[in-house]
Design a protein around this ligand. Structure first.
Ligand code: DX5
Ligand code: ZN
Length: 217
């Protein structure tokens, strides 16, 4: 399957979201980082903004929830127009029940892991989700450097998916750039979030194409 490139609008201009969404029309999804200032030490946007950007975005929304009480809030983001909703394992009381609820609502369901959280508790549950997000920085901010020590977790996740014959996607988020994407792809990721790399480029569409080509090489 070809690599998917999901630019993170955390690095967009929040006063010009419609313009900056239009700029990523050649991407696969728009990655939307929702932060509550509790699960992470930063605050971004919430349901009313997601509802509006779902209406104007040229590509489907990949919503990454960095919020507490995911069991309560994640279904609201599905109803707000997301195509994919990712909740953190560390913030969900009942991840399997939540993933089933999201899927029943017609969206893709994904579980995210902070860099220090093990994937092993989920390796027997991979059929319950559409994607595993392996965080490759501590969640909360764009522009951080890739944590090399996350690569073995990406490899173990991909190996378990392949061994089970599943088509679960493996997403990475944090520090994805032209310098890191090839080895992340080699480790087994197939969905790449990139914020500062895409929106910091002079040619946004060209950067998306370059990242895709490096991941697929
Ligand atoms: C960080 C967010 C990321 C962030 C990535 O907590 O989840 O999506 O935008 O930014 P870069 O690509 O700049 O590392
Ligand atoms: Zn994110």
């Amino acid at each position: 399957m070809p690599a998917l490139i999901n630019p993170s609008i955390l690095s967009a201009d929040f006063a010009n979201l419609e313009r900056d969404l239009a700029a990523i029309a050649t991407a696969d999804f728009a990655h939307v980082d929702v932060m509550d200032n509790h699960f992470v030490p930063n605050l971004t946007l919430g349901l009313p903004v997601v509802r509006r950007i779902a209406e104007v975005s040229p590509v489907p929304l990949d919503v990454h929830l960095m919020i507490e009480d995911a069991d309560r809030w994640a279904p609201e983001y599905a109803a707000a127009g997301a195509a994919s909703v990712t909740f953190h394992a560390e913030a969900a009381q009942a991840p399997v029940r939540l993933a089933r609820e999201l899927r029943a609502g017609g969206v893709r369901a994904a579980v995210a892991l902070r860099p220090a959280s093990p994937v092993e508790p989920f390796l027997d549950l991979l059929a319950e989700v559409d994607m595993v997000l392996v965080m490759t920085v501590e969640p909360g901010f764009g522009g951080q450097s890739f944590i090399e020590g996350t690569l073995p977790k990406i490899r173990r996740t991909r190996a378990a998916i392949d061994a089970a014959g599943l088509d679960t996607w493996v997403q990475v988020d944090g520090g994805v750039s032209r310098d890191t994407i090839a080895r992340i792809a080699e480790a087994g990721a197939n969905v790449f979030v990139a914020g500062s790399a895409v929106y910091g480029a002079d040619d946004v569409a060209g950067e998306i194409a370059a990242l895709r080509a490096l991941a697929d090489a």
